[in-house]
Design a protein around this ligand. Structure first.
Ligand SMILES: [Zn+2]
Ligand SMILES: [Zn+2]
Ligand SMILES: [Zn+2]
Length: 346
């Protein structure tokens, strides 16, 4: 009898249509309970050398205003631009390229350089959510913009060069690979069953409970059954909404609350500011209905066993399929058992 807690097996990701390998036998030992030295290095509220802090200089001759809440600006080093001539190239369907127009913005969550989502007030996170919704509407409303990707890279390990709390928005003409895969899967599921994939998935997870990390009235945070990263988390709403702007005032507060709780648990896991890439998947802004799409957030954190031991996707994982040892169920249990009082406040 196949036992998912004992035997190597593979799990299907219904959102991407891809498989991952799970090797639970390699982590038979219970958690070693390594004692972590809490990272108590705190940053100053204002850093004169930070290009995101209020009143500081950015690239060129730009200067940030003395902003007091959320602050948005066009990325000075945008990966995508609108002023690109339209064109394509196709040699035998093998050497194929096409123009890609887009806009890139930076959203500073707070003027306070030292904060993270986990350390912000819920009401202030709600203001960031309101701005994400505004940006989704504004950028998605541009004629050439068909997809708006909001994402946060947190920590040097994820290549974030600046600790100032901020995220990026890349709004593009085409739908990027990951949301395109998820769009196809959600459409297929909806066509076959007449229901939403993530609404159905959340019902199954709530019935089982073993992968739920925490929840509130409107959202659940869980380690997906098919998670690749050890402490990967997905936040899924109970109500079916296609995009962040559809969230009600109460849902936005609840979303702010669960973002704070998840990131606090993350920091408490290894007593360190937890690195991750986080972002949202939602409806493309190409004018289609996309009723099958269910707004959700992904957290992809690299840390595996401590504040310094990280997971690398290498070897078989690059050439074959991703693989993990610690099961999503045990990762969820560890996250679930953590305090929601930040270790720096303890
Ligand atoms: Zn700063
Ligand atoms: Zn749904
Ligand atoms: Zn997704």
């Amino acid at each position: 009898m196949l036992d998912l807690n004992e035997h190597s097996h593979r799990r299907f990701n219904p959102l991407t249509g891809e498989w991952i390998i799970v090797s639970p036998h390699r982590t038979k030992r219970p958690w070693q309970g390594q004692t972590e030295e809490a990272s108590r290095d705190t940053l100053p509220d204002y850093d004169p050398d930070c290009y995101l802090c209020p009143t500081n200089h950015r690239a060129g001759d730009k200067v940030n205003p003395a902003y007091t809440g959320v602050y948005v600006f066009d990325n000075d080093f945008a990966a995508l631009r609108l002023d690109v001539p339209e064109g394509r190239q196709n040699i035998g369907d093998l050497i194929v390229a096409e123009s890609e127009r887009g806009l890139c913005r930076v959203v500073c969550f707070s003027p306070n350089h030292s904060l993270t989502l986990s350390r912000m007030k819920t009401g202030d996170i709600k203001s960031v959510i309101d701005e994400w919704a505004n940006q989704y509407i504004e950028l998605g409303g541009e004629a050439f913009i068909n997809h708006v990707q909001i994402f946060e890279n947190r920590g040097e390990m994820m290549g974030a060069s600046n600790p100032h709390p901020h995220c990026q928005i890349w709004a593009s003409e085409s739908i990027p690979n990951e949301p395109a895969k998820e769009l196809r899967s959600q459409n297929d599921y909806h066509d076959k069953r007449g229901r939403c994939l993530l609404c159905d998935y959340l019902k199954l997870e709530k019935a089982g409970g073993e992968r739920i990390v925490c929840e509130n009235e409107y959202f659940a945070a869980l380690v997906p059954f098919w998670a690749v990263y050890p402490f990967e988390v997905m936040i899924v709403g109970r109500e079916h909404h296609g995009s962040i702007d559809e969230l009600s005032e109460q849902e936005r507060m609840a979303f702010a609350e669960i973002l704070k709780r998840v990131t606090t648990r993350y920091d408490n896991l290894f007593l360190t500011p937890f690195p991750y890439s986080m972002g949202f998947h939602q409806k493309p802004t190409d004018g289609g209905g996309h009723d099958s799409v269910h707004f959700h957030a992904h957290f992809y954190p690299p840390l595996l066993r401590s504040a310094t031991v990280r997971k690398f996707l290498v070897g078989f994982e690059i050439l074959g399929s991703p693989q993990r040892d610690i099961t999503p169920e045990s990762a969820a249990a560890r996250l679930r058992n953590l305090s929601e009082i930040h270790y720096l406040d303890n």
